[in-house]
Design a protein around this ligand. Structure first.
Ligand SMILES: [Fe+2]
Length: 199
C-alpha cells in the first residue's frame, strides 16, 4: 500500500510513463495538499498541463479525460484545496482501500493480505457509460496507459520483496521517509497503533 501512498517514486519508477505527474517546479512528487484524519487520509497530486501527449493520446483526450491529462478541471468534492494544476486525489481508507478520484473518472485499489510476504491486489476503473465509440476508445486508451504505469509499480514491488526476503540480511526497519511521503508515515502509524491496541 505504501507504494501507492506517495508520488515521490514517480520520477524514478515512472521516469518515462509518469511525466504528466511532475513539472519543472515539482520534479519529485511533492503533494499539492494532504489531509490526515484519525485513520484515513487524502493527498492531491500534480497534473502537468504542459505535458506533451502522443498524437493518439491527444485524440483520446479530445473525447474524455485521460490519466495523463492534468489540469482539466474537477467535479464537486474533488481537489478539496482548489489546487492549481491538479490531476487527482488519492483517498486512502483504513485499512486497505484506495479511491483515487480524477477528472471525470476514478479508480480503486483493494489490498488483501495472503501471508506475510504475499498480497492480492485488486484494481478497478470506473467511468460514466460511454455515449459513443469515441468515448469508449478514450476510456480504453486511458485504462491501458494506467495499466502500464501500474505494471511498473508491481515489477518494482516484486524486486523489493525479493531483496527484503533475501539472505543478504535481516529485514530492514530503518527506511527513511521524506516529507513528501508523509502519508506513508501516517498509514504506518495508524496500522502500528491498531496492531498494538493503542487506537
Ligand atoms: Fe507508481
Amino acid at each position: 500500500m505504501s507504494a501507492f501512498n506517495e508520488v515521490y517514486h514517480v520520477a524514478f519508477v515512472h521516469s518515462e510513463s509518469g511525466n504528466s505527474f511532475r513539472d519543472k517546479d515539482n520534479m519529485f512528487g511533492r503533494p499539492l495538499w494532504t489531509k490526515l484524519d484519525k485513520r484515513h487520509h487524502t493527498l492531491s497530486i500534480l497534473g502537468n498541463p504542459d505535458f506533451e501527449m502522443t498524437p493518439v493520446e491527444a485524440i483520446a483526450a479530445s473525447h474524455t479525460p485521460q490519466v495523463s491529462q492534468g489540469g482539466v478541471g474537477y467535479g464537486r468534492g474533488a481537489n478539496p484545496s482548489g489546487a492549481k494544476n491538479w490531476s487527482l486525489d488519492i483517498n486512502v481508507i483504513f485499512p486497505n482501500f484506495f479511491v483515487d478520484v480524477a477528472s471525470g473518472w476514478y479508480f480503486t485499489y483493494n489490498f488483501w493480505p495472503l501471508s506475510p510476504d504475499r498480497t492480492f491486489y485488486e484494481m478497478k476503473n470506473y467511468y460514466a457509460p460511454p455515449r459513443n465509440a469515441s468515448e469508449r476508445f478514450s476510456h480504453e486508451y486511458s485504462r491501458a496507459v494506467l495499466r502500464d504505469i501500474l505494471h511498473e509499480d508491481l515489477h518494482m514491488m516484486e524486486q523489493t520483496q525479493t531483496g527484503v526476503t533475501s539472505a543478504a540480511g535481516a529485514p530492514r526497519h530503518d527506511i527513511l521517509l521524506s516529507d513528501s511521503e508523509v502519508c506513508v508515515r501516517h498509514h504506518m502509524k495508524v496500522v502500528d497503533d491498531h496492531v498494538r491496541g493503542k487506537d
